[in-house]
Design a protein around this ligand. Structure first.
Ligand SMILES: *Cc1c(COP(=O)(O)O)cnc(C)c1O
Ligand SMILES: [Zn+2]
Length: 427
């Protein structure tokens, strides 16, 4: 199995390993690999199509297991050159899959409950996975500036990746994000621009910039590099299965912002089944949103195929996308796998952050509060099966959203004497 011999593109200057072409998710029209994201025939979104035909299952498994302890162990399944591990990159991934026995007891789960803790990535969110892919695509296409529209975590991941790789970065966020997110995005030295508006306004602005001379030659990781970016989320599926001993979980609970992550986790699981790396058996994917930005769960519950945009108002700002690009695909996947999409209130998000911290010693950002809160709700409603192996994603670090739990603090303030300690009732 030699990846380099797989025909990858009509342009020999672009080496993206097993990636063969871009393919339209709506009509299947194929175009050569390039920095494009919309189908020229129907304007549908493009995604990466691969040629995995040369792979032998056991050889591939051995090669993955012998690979580095980061996402590049899966390079044979990603749109990256075979020598990707030698390039300057933050090398995210291979985060912990925590067996959450205390949380399981508290929630009544008997079939095994795991938290995939992506706060362990270099910039403390899952976004390092997707940016790592976009960076390699940017390098292959000759871009030297990285940009994005971001709900916060992506801005930090792009800033850090650009710093490591020697790229310029200029990223755009809603101006009123959490202080932790702003500092995390600014500290790497790139340009950080606050836009007066919400994420959907920022996104619209970036779409305009990309068509303007001012944005010419820029690699927007989640716009013109989106097909490559999106593939990074597959590594979550690969890691979860490998960490379970090359086994599919029965149920996965995934947060939804644009919905990209959820759809690519499904794509990753499907690939593992087709490659014979896991046994082909049913799994269910559940989507999680905050009630204050729940366009996908609203559509799911109403039985709709289309997602009506909402104006976000929630503390889960990293998930606050009112017009999610992948919403309809998420609905398809939840329905096809027998899963569901559910939402929880901000109060339930805060409660779930504290529950996870108190039971497992994991401090999640608000997005993690959303997935744990939705897990609790779906168990209570009998939608999640407590007897099945369940994986819950924590996609970010609580240190970035301290305001959400600002009500927690000192148990007592005492003088530095034993008497004072006893008086406080702590002895
Ligand atoms: C971006 C993000 C997600 C999910 O994003 P999608 O747009 O749905 O792929 C989930 N959690 C956190 C913390 C994020 O920053
Ligand atoms: Zn098309």
């Amino acid at each position: 199995m030699v990846v380099q011999t797989v025909a990858s593109t009509s342009d020999p200057a672009v080496d993206l390993g097993p990636a063969a072409a871009l393919s339209c998710r709506e009509c299947g029209h194929r175009v050569p690999l390039g920095p494009v994201f919309a189908c020229e025939e129907c304007f549908g979104p493009l995604e990466i199509a691969y040629d995995f035909s040369a792979y032998d299952t056991e050889e591939l498994r051995r090669r993955i297991e012998a690979g580095p302890a980061n996402i590049w162990r899966y390079a044979p399944l990603l749109p990256v050159p075979a020598d990707v591990a030698d390039k300057p990159n933050l090398n995210p991934g291979w985060t912990k899959l925590v067996k959450a026995d205390n949380l399981a007891r508290e929630l009544g789960v008997t079939g095994g409950l795991f938290v995939k803790d992506d706060s362990g990535n270099p910039t403390h969110s899952f976004k390092d996975r997707v940016v790592a892919q976009a960076l390699e695509a940017a390098r292959a296409f000759g871009f030297t500036t990285l940009s994005c529209s971001s709900t916060g975590n992506l801005a930090g991941a792009v800033g850090a990746a650009a710093a490591r790789a020697g790229f310029r970065s200029c990223v755009f966020i809603p101006h009123d994000l959490e202080q932790g997110k702003i500092v995390m995005a600014a500290v790497y030295g790139g340009e950080l621009v606050g836009i007066e508006g919400n994420y959907d306004d920022v996104n619209r602005f970036c779409s305009e910039l990309i068509g303007d001379p001012a944005g010419e030659g820029w690699g927007f990781v989640n716009v013109n590099l989106r097909p490559y970016y999106a593939e990074g989320s597959k590594t979550l599926a690969y890691e979860i299965c490998e960490q379970l001993g090359w086994r599919l979980p029965d149920q996965i609970v995934v947060p939804i912002a644009s919905g990209s992550q959820l759809t690519k986790i499904d794509k990753g699981l499907q690939e593992l089944i087709k490659l014979g790396l896991v046994e082909d058996r049913p799994y269910k994917i559940f989507g999680a949103q905050a009630e204050g930005c729940s366009p996908v769960s609203t559509a799911f519950k109403a039985g709709h195929d289309v997602v009506r945009p909402q104006k976000p108002n929630t503390i889960a700002k990293s998930l606050a996308i009112g017009n999610p690009a992948d919403g309809p695909y998420v609905l398809d996947i939840a329905r096809r796998t027998g899963g569901a999409v559910e939402d929880v209130t901000d109060a339930e998000v805060v409660d779930a952050i504290k529950l996870l911290a108190r039971t497992e010693g994991i401090f999640a950002e608000t997005a993690g509060g959303v997935t744990v809160g939705v897990t609790r709700k779906l168990l209570k409603d009998g939608v999640l099966d407590p007897a099945k192996t369940t994986v819950v994603l924590n996609t970010g670090d609580g240190l970035k959203t301290l305001d959400a739990v600002a009500g927690t603090g000192l148990t007592a303030t005492i003088r530095p004497t034993l008497d004072s300690f006893r008086e406080a009732g702590l002895a």
